[in-house]
Design a binder for this molecule. Sequence first.
Ligand SMILES: [Zn+2]
Ligand SMILES: [Zn+2]
Length: 264
Amino acid sequence: MGWGRFLSGQAGRWVACGIDLVYPPRCPICQSEPTSHRGSPGQAAELQPEPPPWAAAVCGACARELSADAGRCLRCGEVGGAVDGCRLCPQRPHAWRHIAVLSSYAGGVREAVLRAKRPAGDDVTAALASLIVQKHAAAIRSWGVGRVVPVPMHWWRRSIRGTSAAGELSRHIAMQLGLPWSRPLVRCRATRMQNELPINDRPRNVEGAFRVRRRLDGERLLLVDDVVTTGATLSECCRALQNAGAATVDVAVLARADRNSADA
Ligand SMILES: [Zn+2]
Ligand SMILES: [Zn+2]
């Protein structure tokens, strides 16, 4: 390596260090400064292993609050213990194989999900991605996932909002898991927002709304969305991916809303 390149690399590192010292990264959820981050000493460390570097910005109190969900079934996503299949599964038909949920759609998680949807919400999205990865990395690895893909948003809705929450979230999750990311799904018609419709009309609203850009033969996919209620959208996406040849489709979502929730 030439000295010029070496020095410019070093200079970049020194500048980055300097910026870190002047502006220590605040918790993107509560904006607290790093010194107050870790809660009472030892408390967070006992509950959780040391967080990986990309998660360092989320403070211990926020990590605990946002991850403090009851155990959920890894098949249907309902509360009922961290089990792989539960008594509610038969009443909750779904097209995915497993589902990883960070939390129910309430309190701090609901607030953070709404903030992440805003155009400037990228650091909140990264923080939420780190929390779901911390919580479910072992399960996701055991599922043999090889690629992360988002539930697509119709282009005109994205052009209005300036961002696709599921797109950004899935990109961060892929990065943190060290897996490839792509957007094989396309929303080929603008559907009505699922939360504007009665629950029984939701499957028909999204039926045939998705197509894939290319064959996915043998791929093992993790499909990502921010909030799930009935699962109609996710199931329809799963079917489109399976029809394109995907071997397995598992799902990761930040929040599961109650079925009577008006929000999702
Ligand atoms: Zn915080
Ligand atoms: Zn279940």
